[in-house]
Design a protein around this ligand. Structure first.
Ligand code: NDP
Length: 498
């Protein structure tokens, strides 16, 4: 199939994928059938791996770590593999984007842009592999020299969600590999295809066997077992705060594995009257509708200066009504399908709840009938109070709540009135306000007069209940290392025993 064709269709038959352990493909397990959320037809068949399969994968990753076939290479050699992987991804970009659309329901044009970002992640990871270094202390006196070594932490378990199956994977894998670690990945059962395709890419790029292993299956079985596994040194989990909490318990009850957690968000976009209101409205529409709002950094709380609130909400509602929601394989589509039936019900439930709580609907407000799949119109609620469930809970859908403010202090207080702290955006042409808000709102990623901007050089992660640790960039590589303090005595020892 020509995956770059402007008229793509779902495949005629579902593709069966095996799972990948120790450099080889395995099969023969019961299969899970995944249907395309945009089209309702079966597209992939994924292995339901067993606990024994997981044990074999962890054992392969352990062997590959301990014999130093990867950690023992120079950063330059590891970087070369990552650069070759970037080249292969460039070649297979449209094919991987097609599989993201089939399993996730996101628009093809967006998916292609995401693969470009993934290629950049591998390129940045390649550079980071070469630049990773420790520290030294030349300040301990003439008799002692101190070095701080960074060492890869070991075998990493990686559990990824269904909203950005390949992008979230690639914001982690190159950086984990740059550190010298080996890994076992468990993608979401509903979006496993591209994680398996990455195994083909990395093998072709020359990654040694056993360094990247993939087991598939449900979160409740394989995911839980990976989080509890006593021979996994670190677990990177991205998904709901509830499962993140269960990973903390699993780590405590097994081997105290280190955790990296990227969890939920209820992210504010703060709009001051002195901002470029056209730009801010466009960003607000994008921030809540991108990826159908199934995005941990979606800007789902609009905090808008009261003097312009009504005018701004009207302009925003008009923009949201123009968003092209449709078949994810159509290159003109801006917003595709909701990824799972369960998530569709959650979002529609919150829209009904918002209306029942007394919020005023200014745009969208329900499902769109396109004949197949689940689609929801980008939705804007006005007159929202901070106590309403739609203002507090992560909806993970295209539902934006608008709340007014009068002073900078009120804007900051509203923005911080959440258990989450993943991302935030502020819109103003006044540098004092922009920097005051940036410094006082507790969030791991901040956008000043922009929305979801950035690249894999910059670290990702949350404050408060949005998680622990940072992914991507040099911070992301360091996260997968531990430091060892080395003390070297120079000259003759001062004896303890006279
Ligand atoms: P989950 O947290 O259940 O899923 C995320 C990942 O964890 C998937 O790979 C899933 O596997 C796996 N998983 C599920 N249960 C366990 C477990 N007990 N132990 C280890 N891994 C597990 O999210 P949901 O799919 O249920 O989505 C629910 C909500 O979570 C959303 O509405 C949204 O609010 C939030 N969410 C946030 C994300 C983010 O990027 N921060 C991403 C996804 C969801 P499998 O899918 O195969 O069951």
């Amino acid at each position: 199939m020509d995956h770059s064709s402007p008229t793509l269709l779902p495949p005629a038959a579902a593709r069966e994928f095996g799972f990948f352990v120790d450099g080889a493909w395995h099969g023969g397990r019961p299969l899970f059938e995944r249907a395309s959320p945009g089209h309702g037809v079966p597209v992939s068949l994924l292995a339901k791996c067993t606990a024994e399969d997981l044990n074999l994968a962890v054992a392969a990753a352990r062997r590959a770590f301990e014999d130093r076939r990867w950690a023992g290479l120079s950063g330059a050699a590891r970087g070369a593999v990552l650069l070759r992987a970037a080249e292969i991804l460039r070649r297979r970009r449209d094919e991987i984007a097609y599989w993201e659309v089939l399993e996730n329901g996101k628009p093809i044009s967006q998916a292609r842009g995401e693969i470009d970002h993934c290629i950049a992640c591998f390129e940045v990871g390649a550079g980071a592999a070469r630049l990773l270094h420790g520290d030294s202390y030349n300040s301990l006196g003439d008799g002692l020299f101190g070095m701080v070594l960074r060492e890869p932490i070991g075998v990493v378990g990686l559990i990824t969600p269904w909203n950005f199956p390949f992008l979230i994977l690639c914001e982690r894998v190159p950086f984990i590999l740059a550190s010298g670690c080996t890994m076992v990945v468990k993608p979401s059962e509903v979006t496993s295809a591209t994680t398996l395709i990455l195994a083909e890419v990395l093998a072709e790029a020359g990654l040694p066997d056993g360094v990247y292993n993939v087991v598939t299956g449900s979160g409740r079985t394989i995911g839980q077992a990976l989080s509890e596994h006593p021979d996994v040194d670190m677990l990177s989990f991205t998904g709901s705060t509830a499962v993140g909490r269960s990973c903390v318990h699993a780590a405590a009850d097994s081997n105290f594995k280190k955790l990296g957690l990227e969890l939920g968000g209820k992210n504010p976009i703060i709009v001051f009257a002195d901002s470029d209101l056209e730009d801010a409205a466009d960003a607000a529409a994008f921030g809540i509708s991108f990826n159908t709002g199934q995005c941990c950094v979606s800007s789902s709380r609009l905090i808008v200066e009261r003097s312009i609130a009504a005018e701004f909400e009207a302009a925003l509602a008009a923009k949201m009504a123009k968003i092209r929601v449709g078949d994810p394989l159509d290159p003109a589509t801006q917003v595709g399908a909701i990824t799972t039936t369960a998530q569709n019900e959650v979002i529609l439930g919150y829209i009904a709840r918002g209306q029942a709580e007394g919020a005023r609907l200014l745009a969208g407000g329900g499902a769109l009938d396109l004949g197949r799949g689940h689609y929801i119109a980008p939705t804007l609620f006005s007159g929202v109070t901070p106590q309403m469930a739609i203002a507090r809970d992560e909806i993970f859908g295209p539902v934006l709540c608008s709340m007014p403010f009068d002073t900078v202090e009120q804007a900051v207080a509203l923005a911080n009135d959440t258990v989450y702290g993943l991302a935030a955006s502020v819109w103003t042409k006044n540098i004092d306000k922009a920097l005051t808000v940036t410094r006082r709102v507790r969030a791991g990623r901040f956008w000043v007069n922009c929305m979801m901007a950035g690249g894999p050089e910059m670290p990702l992660g949350g404050f408060k209940q949005s998680g622990w640790g940072r992914e991507a960039g040099t911070y992301g590589v360091e996260e997968y290392t531990q430091v060892k303090s080395v003390h070297v005595e120079l000259g003759k020892r001062t004896h303890w025993i006279g």
